[in-house]
Design a protein around this ligand. Structure first.
Ligand SMILES: [Zn+2]
Length: 226
């Protein structure tokens, strides 16, 4: 089994995206209480060569708009070429909260406490399930961008489960002064993504010097998350 990003044609939101192409898609995730479909914009960039798929997500907490700005900068900033692999960019995941300048969903639930979600749970759980399956689970690596909560200031940093060798490697690759070790709160995207990466149901790290294939292929870091 290769990397998830190795597929020749990536299918997302009913669109087929071959290697070497980039595409903007509208990913259907949920419905409003009035029944209107809710879609989020996603930019997919694919290199010519096989390689890992990496997601970058912003505004899972709808009022943490810095992440959305960072992803936007990647999209509209200085052009660059992706030689190998796939980059999946989702500037605003929690569209409900983002439009209302709120951390939460309309029912006051915190999306980042409901991953990996379920098909038949609360609106937060169903939204988390859609995000997790359509976006997160299809990538090999992920960066979930956060900023401080209201009336708080966070020192810029990276948070990751440093017991996982691959998560540790990419966490320190940022060159950030502050790297915080932790699995992430229960229900957070970081915790759920790392758990999915674990071989079977084990949560133990691979023995030193013997990284398992699963460990070496999936990692999730979060920037200044809470
Ligand atoms: Zn946050």
């Amino acid at each position: 089994m290769g990397l998830r990003g190795d597929v020749k044609v990536l299918e997302l939101a009913g669109r087929r995206i071959p290697r070497g192409k980039s595409l903007d898609v509208q990913l259907p995730l949920s419905q409003t209480y009035s029944g209107a479909n809710v879609r989020i914009p996603v930019r997919v960039w694919r290199g010519e060569r096989p390689g890992p798929a990496v997601f970058v997500t912003g505004a899972i907490h709808g009022d943490e708009i810095n992440g959305a700005g960072i992803v936007r900068e990647i999209i509209v900033g200085a052009p660059f070429q992706i030689v190998a692999g796939t980059l999946v960019l989702a500037p605003v995941v929690n569209m409900f909260g983002f439009e209302r300048h709120s951390r939460y969903l309309p029912d006051r639930r915190d999306l980042n406490r409901h991953f990996p979600g379920s098909q038949s749970g609360s609106p937060a759980s169903r939204l988390a399930h859609a995000v997790f399956n359509e976006l997160v689970a299809r990538c090999d690596y992920g960066i979930d961008l956060h900023s401080a909560a209201v009336r708080r200031t966070n020192f810029p940093g990276v948070r990751a489960d440093l017991l996982r060798p691959e998560a540790r490697r990419i966490a320190f690759a940022f060159g950030c002064e502050l790297v915080v070790n932790g699995k992430g709160p229960k229900g957070s995207l970081r915790r759920a993504a790392c758990r999915k990466a674990a071989p079977r149901s084990s949560s133990r790290p691979a023995r030193s010097g013997r990284s398992s294939r699963a460990w070496s292929r999936s990692a999730c870091a979060a920037c200044a998350t809470r």
